[in-house]
Write a protein that binds this ligand. Structure first.
Ligand SMILES: NC(=O)c1ccc[n+]([C@@H]2O[C@H](COP(=O)([O-])OP(=O)(O)OC[C@H]3O[C@@H](n4cnc5c(N)ncnc54)[C@H](OP(=O)(O)O)[C@@H]3O)[C@@H](O)[C@H]2O)c1
Length: 301
């Protein structure tokens, strides 16, 4: 029987299970009764997030073909969340292990007009597409929703503490962040459904919103009304470039500031049609994140 035909109960090798998206995906896989083996780096500081009673934990690195090959023995499918840059070892190990069904998590940054951002990921996607595997590529937009995210979590903490919020440029560029559990649901459906073989899907949030609206919605969820201060982008970008030449440690890099000029809005008709993908609006997701961060004592108010 093909792995896809018995996808009701897959034996899955999952990478990235100690992270934001992989952790949510692991919960969904287990809730559906799939057997999950997690490949976790020996030096992972987060291995304690996994319950060895519920999942098999194998130590290894996703950039290492041998580690992956060893971990793939007996698996029906590989769900690779730990970074599309490991695609060379992922493709080779899956072929050697005879595991055809491979889902790789990429990023909507392949759509960026800035080659420094899109090219490396496009190159990896080409490698996956050129393989003889039953591949699927999914591309989350910016993922948020818990203390593990590296964006909205920080934004909320800043807004929680500061009555003033600085914005680079007019703040009119578009963003479409996706709640981590919605994204994980999309990844799971893509891994399970035969229709997704040899297809790529963008998995963004429900709708694009301007950066200004994103900040105001996050502040609303906190019950705050910060004073917005606009800073010009170009001098800031040039200052960052100069600081990078001096190798100074910086909270943001010039590439991130350059990309602030770019709209990050993504239609997702394909995912809606094939995967029943229905992410929640940012307003709902950020309210959930605020509740969670308050429960954890991460937010003061
Ligand atoms: N977060 C976003 O906004 C965003 C947006 C678009 C696309 N994505 C993509 O979505 C995926 C998941 O993102 P995330 O936010 O969940 O990331 P994350 O929270 O940083 O988690 C990354 C996970 O990958 C594991 N990992 C990293 N390198 C590994 C390696 N060489 N071998 C084995 N495991 C390794 C980490 O394990 P340790 O416990 O050892 O650190 C962790 O479990 C990534 O592929 C990312 O590129 C993320």
């Amino acid at each position: 029987m093909s792995p896809l035909a018995r996808s009701a109960n897959m034996r899955v090798l999952l990478t990235g299970a100690t992270g934001l998206l992989g952790g949510a995906l692991l919960e969904l896989l287990l809730a559906e009764g799939h057997e999950v083996r997690c490949l976790v780096r020996a030096e992972s500081p987060n291995a304690s997030r996994l319950d060895a009673g519920l999942v098999e934990i194998l130590r290894g690195d996703a950039s290492d073909e041998e580690d992956l090959y060893r971990a793939l023995k007996g698996a029906d499918a590989l769900v690779h969340v730990a970074g599309i840059e490991h695609s060379p070892s992922v493709v080779r190990a899956a072929r050697r292990a005879g595991v055809e069904r491979v889902l790789v998590v990429g990023s909507t940054s392949v759509h960026s007009a800035y080659a420094f951002r899109s090219s490396p990921k496009l190159e990896m996607e080409e490698l996956v597409r050129g393989s003889a595997l039953a591949w699927t590529i999914v591309r989350p937009s910016m993922i948020y929703g818990s203390e593990l995210d590296k964006n909205v979590h920080r934004l909320l903490r800043f807004l929680d503490r500061s009555p003033v919020f600085p914005i680079f440029g007019p703040g009119t560029n578009l963003w479409q962040p996706v709640y981590y559990e919605d994204c994980a649901r999309g990844v799971l459906e893509a891994a399970k459904r035969p229709v997704s073989v040899h297809r790529s899907y963008d998995l963004p949030g429900a709708e694009p919103l301007t950066y200004l609206d994103l900040v105001k919605t996050a502040a609303w969820a906190l019950g705050r009304e910060p004073r917005i201060v606009r800073l010009p982008i170009e001098p800031v970008r040039r200052a960052l470039v100069a600081a990078e030449r001096l190798r100074l440690p910086l909270p943001v890099d010039s590439g991130q500031v350059t990309r602030l000029r770019e709209d990050k809005a993504y239609p997702y008709e394909d995912a809606r049609r094939d995967l029943d993908y229905a992410p929640r609006p940012f307003r709902e997701g950020v309210a959930l994140e605020v509740s969670r961060l308050r429960r954890l004592g991460i937010l003061r108010s």
